[in-house]
Design a binder for this molecule. Structure first.
Ligand code: ADP
Length: 253
């Protein structure tokens, strides 16, 4: 905000003070509204898995001891909803952090080696085939290794959830900007939803996301992480064809 000299105020200056004050009030109100909305959404989203857990626990109490299928089905549902809830709470705690609290530890990183390791960990964990391309060797970037891995993992996880075919990961450099690109040949995202997928809790298909263990928070967290690491995140997608996500990172000269 602009500082206003309090001595010798002219009419124009008083008018300007009024304008600044109104502007501040608008900003405050918008912020409060955003916060209220967020709390309402978070409570609603957390209540859904809790309701499922509650109803399966009561079904198990009533019939689970005599009917083994009911027992197994209930235990499965309770476990997967509890995992989803835990993920959601962890992501919410991360999103509640302010930029300066992210504690980014910038280091010079060998991009190819770093991404190769992340891809390998992912492949081992999920038995999904990933095709790894290196457009240019020897690229170094300035980033936080642990958080870059977390970011790449979120994008890979989405590619896994919303496609069944091979996932392609590429590292390279374009117009002097190093990048990691993750592409899938999955369900894709309709054009009208593309600019909303970074919003907290936004999901194109709620049922599908839930079935896949999604929380609707992955991409908003990815966006916050990229911003905190002076990087850029972009997404390109065609419904029914696939999705390509690109992370552009600062070059370590
Ligand atoms: P979720 O936990 O639901 O996956 P995200 O914030 O990670 O939440 O993503 C938001 C939404 O964007 C998803 O619910 C999904 O509809 C869409 N989306 C994200 N990545 C992809 C992808 N690779 N392919 C298709 N849809 C995607």
């Amino acid at each position: 905000f602009k500082r206003i000299q309090l001595e010798s105020r002219s009419k124009d200056e008083l008018y300007e003070m009024g304008e600044t004050f109104n502007h501040m009030m608008d900003l405050l109100e918008a912020n409060f509204q955003k916060q209220d909305q967020f709390v309402a959404n978070a409570s609603h989203e957390l209540r859904t898995p809790l309701t499922i857990i509650e109803s399966y626990a009561s079904l198990m109490k009533r019939r689970g001891f005599e009917e083994p299928e009911i027992f197994h089905e209930s235990i499965e549902a309770i476990h997967s909803e509890a995992v989803r809830m835990k993920d959601m709470v962890e992501q919410l705690l991360l999103l509640a952090k302010h930029n300066e609290e992210w504690d980014i530890q910038f280091e010079t990183i060998d991009l190819e080696e770093h991404v190769r390791q992340t891809v390998q960990t992912f492949e081992n964990a999920y038995q999904r085939e990933i095709c790894f391309h290196v457009q240019q060797e020897g690229i170094t970037v300035l980033s936080d290794p642990q958080k870059l891995k977390q970011l790449t993992y979120i994008i890979l996880d989405n590619a896994k959830k919303y496609s069944e075919d091979v996932i392609t990961v590429e590292v390279g450099i374009q117009d002097g900007n190093p990048f990691i690109q993750i592409a899938d040949r999955g369900v894709g995202i309709p054009k009208e939803d593309l600019n909303k997928v970074f919003d907290r809790f936004y999901r194109v298909d709620k049922a599908r996301s839930r079935q896949m263990g999604g929380t609707g928070l992955g991409l908003s967290l990815a966006k916050e992480l990229t911003d905190a690491m002076n990087s850029r995140l972009s997404i390109d997608s065609l419904e029914g064809v696939g999705t390509t996500v690109r992370i552009e990172l600062p070059h370590a000269k």
